[in-house]
Design a protein around this ligand. Structure first.
Ligand SMILES: [Zn+2]
Length: 60
């Protein structure tokens, strides 16, 4: 048997509960190679490096 709410939550109650949901600040770290802000555990968008090594060759 699953959870079964005994009473219906009104729209106002449901919406006021959700009014406190807020987006968390995005975590950004500095690239170990170029120092640009980047999303952690992703290849750097600026220089294409990950873990101090260039993974994606840059054209310029
Ligand atoms: Zn970089």
């Amino acid at each position: 048997m699953s959870i079964c709410p005994k009473n219906k939550s009104s729209k106002a109650r449901r919406d006021s509960r959700r009014a406190n949901w807020k987006m968390a600040d995005a975590t950004l770290v500095k690239c170990s190679k170029c120092g640009e802000l980047m999303v952690p555990h992703r290849v750097c968008k600026n220089c294409g490096a990950y873990n101090k090594r260039e993974i994606i060759p840059q054209e310029d």
